[in-house]
Design a protein. Sequence first.
Length: 437
Amino acid sequence: MAGQVDKSRPLADRMRPGEIGDLMGQEHILGEGKPLRRMIEEGNIPSMIFWGPPGSGKTTVANIIAQKTGSRFHKFSAVLTSIKEVKTLMQEAEKYREAGGPPVIVFIDEIHRFNKAQQDAFLPFVESGAIILIGATTENPSFEVIGPLLSRCRVFTFNPLGLEQIISILKNALDNKDSGLGERKIKIDDDTLELIAVLSDGDARRALNILDISVSLHGEEVETVITQEIVNEVVQTKSLYYDKAGEEHFNIISALHKSMRNSDVDASLYWLARMLEGGEDPLYIARRIVRFASEDVGMADPGALNIALNARDAVHFIGMPEGSLALAEAVVYLALAPRSNALYTAYKSIQQDIRKYPNEPVPLNIRNAPTRLMKDLGYGDGYKYAHDFEDGVADMSCLPEKLQKRKYYLPTERGKEKIFKEKMQNVEILKKKQRKG
């Protein structure tokens, strides 16, 4: 029958709103008179970036735009689509535009998964008007989208849905006979609906998937009773629950950090896998690994930072799931690397001094003096050029006057930091020799 909904499709897909008025949440950009809604209603669509958590409606809004504008619409996933495919489409769009057709709307889901060189490929086509680019991302576009492309796009922020909104979406799915579960006799109390909403963490798609799986466990039974026990079983067995925004998120990243710090390779790999298999953004993990390399390994093994950055670049270059092994390699290296938090401690001490003495003037001897006036004021007086000394070290203080005797960096005897400690001691010996001389 024409127009009949295919019930074999996932519930979340069947229940996707087709009108702006049916979309739950995002009133700050899609409410009456709000900017994005006006653009859609007027058909005045610019290139845009949708930034927000999973299941907040980014893809749904893109689909609605496609329906409302009547433009040619192409949807890609940055995870599954090669840049060659995208370039081919954009070249076709350019020819279509030159022939007098309207711009083609190109929707790129997870645009942050394209590296910066790949993102450059969009620029000429956005500038020429051949395409209207709509990118969706869960990552801050200021960091993950190249500046030239970002400056040509309007950024709209999507918020996670609240508990009441998720519960309303679930109830609508239970009542809807055309696209939802309304044809079945399903019993589910308010506490169980609230549990699903809590477990979904503001993600409407996840909430509907949990409900869908919970119902499917009963097959074609006449009456389906969904309890909290069933929901918990579904979450544990059908989809690995990982709370990417709540307490468990911070608990697990803390577990990874502390396992590496304790040189526990197996535990480090386990917590890494828990995050990756639970859907955590691999670039978030890469950032934490880079931080660990500086904070916990530091100068005891300066090469550790390169290992961490290489893992990040590998994830950018080959994507997931292949990139997981690069992260695993970095985690093992860092877990077995020598430890030093001397740099971290030094920086913390400096921060405290800056708060205590926020505007200490630069000593005159290390100020630049490009003008006669500056020279007359004493800028550069007493400066000692290190290369003029036999050992390349001058006995000259470069700290502000109130901080002259401060010692911030106190290297340990671990790993390569022992070498840097010896070098610092040799510098002090050379300075003392000059003073005696």
